[in-house]
Write a protein that binds this ligand. Structure first.
Ligand code: MRU
Length: 376
């Protein structure tokens, strides 16, 4: 997607320096656009853990490149193939909730374990990680096409009986499930970008998404760079806007979705779903199938990350051109920082995947992905 007039993806291998992986260091957005180079497993673990890169699909692709880098490191330092497996465990321990992290590493290992020689493994690891990045882009494009139909239907319905044509479709989103959370296009934002491109008038309500403010910082920035009208709202405003008829559709992403359609996403998503349900507003979740955990059926079994309480206690932002960090509660007040929550499938209108839209239930998901279902 666009940054200024230039197109970027969030992660790419240096054309002239194989083994150098470029990422956008998202900690500094929207105030600074900084590109970082990852060249070792430790760089990858740090980038995921400290959220230089974040968002389930992008975490997965970064992890895949981490396995590629581990093979290069093993060769350079005269270490055995075991280093790749040790690195896989290290990368897996960087964040617990996003399924894509585990999916990507297991995919890489299952293919690479056919080879015993690092000289063979390295080019394969390079090929597969690049292919995984490309297929993430394809998945998001397809999610965009399927999700576009939902927006188009809402626009058609809304245009009936309304004098001003075309009507504006108001979409509420939580956190950042945009191109920054994937390799390109995003999950929840892909239908939005396509609808905008095809002339549907849109406006996006962007939840600021405390404590890390991925909505205010990242979603607002990427929508702005790509010409999408939007307004940042406090996390608690969504229910009020829904009651007032100011939201036509809620569109969010997911970090892990169970085989029966319970959805883990950024903390606060569950409250939006409850309000959407109460106000009869469609609530869709956009996700590639790499986010689905085929081994877990119940949302309560999804591991939920608890992060540093200082993320709740402090807020950072721009002051006089400097990024500053300020304390909000009393110095001595403790804080608790659950990073995700689970929205039960009964509150989800549908899942938008790369293969199409399905209901958030076991049968409908299995119909779309018969090849992925784990047989009992
Ligand atoms: O903690 P983060 O920023 O890595 O959280 C991930 C997210 O941005 C969201 O939960 C998102 O909606 C799902 S990832 C497309």
């Amino acid at each position: 997607m666009k940054v200024g007039n230039k197109n970027y993806t969030t992660i790419w291998e240096d054309e002239n320096n194989p083994g150098v992986i470029h990422v956008i260091d998202q900690r500094w957005l929207p105030h600074k656009f900084i590109i970082e180079c990852l060249t070792s497993v430790d760089d990858v673990v740090k980038a995921i853990k400290e959220m230089h890169v974040r968002g389930a699909p992008l975490i997965g692709i970064t992890a895949a490149y981490g396995i590629y880098l581990s093979a290069i490191e093993a060769k350079k330092n005269g270490l055995g193939i075991n280093f790749i497996f040790e690195s896989a465990e290290k990368i897996k321990s960087s964040r617990p909730t996003a399924k894509n992290l585990f999916w990507a590493i297991d995919e890489m290992l299952s293919i690479l374990s056919n080879y015993q020689n690092l000289d063979k493994i390295i080019p394969f690891a390079q090929l597969i990680s690049n292919e995984m990045a490309d297929s993430d882009v394809e998945d998001c494009k397809n999610i965009g096409e399927h999700g576009f139909q939902i927006i188009k239907d809402i626009a058609n319905k809304k245009s009936r009986g309304i004098e001003s044509y075309p009507p504006t479709i108001n979409i509420l989103t939580h956190c950042n499930a945009g191109w920054l959370a994937t390799v390109d296009y995003g999950t929840a934002t892909a239908p939005i970008y396509i609808a905008h491109e095809r002339g549907i008038k849109l406006h996006v309500w962007v939840d600021e998404t405390r404590p890390r403010n991925q909505g205010a910082k990242l979603t607002a920035w990427e929508l702005g760079e790509n010409g999408i009208p939007h307004t940042v709202i406090i996390d608690n405003a969504g229910g009020h806007l829904m009651q007032k008829g100011m939201v036509d559709l809620v569109l969010v992403g997911s970090d892990r979705t169970t085989s029966s359609g319970d959805v883990a996403n950024k903390i606060g998503t569950n409250l939006k779903a409850l309000s959407a349900f109460d106000n009869n507003i469609p609530f869709y979740v956009a996700l590639p199938s790499s986010t689905i955990d085929w081994d877990i059926e119940k949302g309560e079994d999804i591991p939920i990350e608890i992060r540093n309480p200082d993320e709740v206690r402090y807020v950072d932002g721009l002051n006089n051109n400097e990024i500053v960090n300020v304390l909000i509660p009393p110095e001595t007040s403790p804080a608790l920082n659950y990073a995700f929550d689970v929205t039960p499938s009964r509150l989800v209108t549908g899942l938008i995947t790369e293969r199409g839209i399905c209901k958030a239930n076991k049968e409908s998901i299995a119909d779309l992905f018969p090849d992925k279902v784990v047989k009992p």
